[in-house]
Design a protein around this ligand. Structure first.
Ligand code: ZN
Length: 290
């Protein structure tokens, strides 16, 4: 074969190679939180980027008490917005833009204490479906339980949002064929973390993906509490993870895989990421530095 022919074949091969798909755009929102957003946003960003599917930008609000009127991210430029924010109200124009983004089909990932935010914002609470603290009580809506093989809403009066001491706990898939969980072990040991219980909200259009047992010996409820779920709101897809109090909790390989798969699902409705070989099983925690 002549050099010239080889050259021609190479050129044809390059021309025939499928173009790399344009990366999906993700936006992490942070800037205020009763949690350490400064030490969780960088690893969250890294783990989303490591999928090779996304480019990730960060929108940081002014600090608490600052002039929030300048906070106007262009939500509609992104396929998924990851909420790592629990702080001052956004200006009305920004709240409206966020609601409009979700209504038109934008993806959202609600990460841990982001579901504490904005107790008085009706649409936000519908989008997150469950929230806690910030003076929420039974008026915020029911609690979500898993009993006798199905999801149950519980309306009894009481507080919204609580957790015991941080300790490792098992997470159990309740919808293992959902794209976010398909192919993963159905029970896995999560690293020491807060196990949120008694969360409340409108709780509409939830698909419950995974629960964890809240141990009364650790001030828990004795119920299977929702840990991972999706919400349908407008045309938008929402993935909500209650997990991930801080940098140690998000070093769990199980947290990372469900978080990045949830982000892809929220952005596209599909999951193309392969189940990772280090996903934890039912007994041992598995740490991965993002
Ligand atoms: Zn926390």
């Amino acid at each position: 074969m002549t050099a010239r022919l080889l050259c021609l074949l190479a050129a044809v091969a390059i021309a025939a190679a499928p173009a790399a798909p344009a990366p999906l755009k993700a936006l992490i929102v942070d800037g205020q939180n009763n949690h350490s957003w400064k030490t969780t946003t960088p690893p969250l960003k890294k783990m989303i980027e490591a999928t090779g599917l996304f480019t990730v930008e960060v929108a940081t609000t002014p600090p608490k008490g600052g002039d929030m009127s300048v906070f106007r991210p262009d939500f509609k430029a992104y396929r998924v917005v990851v909420l790592n924010y629990n702080g001052d109200d956004w200006p009305e124009v920004t709240r409206d833009a966020f609601v409009d983004y979700v209504r038109r089909g934008g993806g959202v990932v609600v990460y841990h204490a982001a579901d504490n935010a904005f107790a008085g914002w009706k649409e936000f609470n519908e989008i997150t479906a469950l929230g806690g603290w910030e003076n929420r009580n039974e008026l915020a809506g029911p609690m979500v339980r898993w009993r006798d093989g199905k999801m149950v809403l519980e309306n009894k009066p009481g507080r919204a949002g609580h957790h015991g001491k941080q300790q490792p706990f098992q997470v159990v898939a309740r919808n293992p064929q959902h794209p976010i969980l398909r192919g993963l072990p159905e029970t896995w040991m999560h690293v020491a973390d807060e196990l949120y219980d008694s969360m409340r909200g409108p709780a509409k259009n939830i698909t419950l993906l995974a629960t964890a047992w809240s141990d009364p010996a650790n001030a828990g409820t004795g119920e299977q509490e929702p840990m991972l779920f999706t919400v349908a709101w407008g045309k938008g897809r929402i993935f909500h993870t209650m997990l991930g109090h801080g940098p140690e909790a998000i070093s769990c390989a199980g947290f990372q895989a469900t978080f990045t798969r949830g982000a892809e699902w929220a952005a596209t409705g599909k999951v193309t990421q392969k189940p990772p070989p280090d996903f934890p099983g039912p007994k041992e925690t598995r740490i991965r530095q993002p």
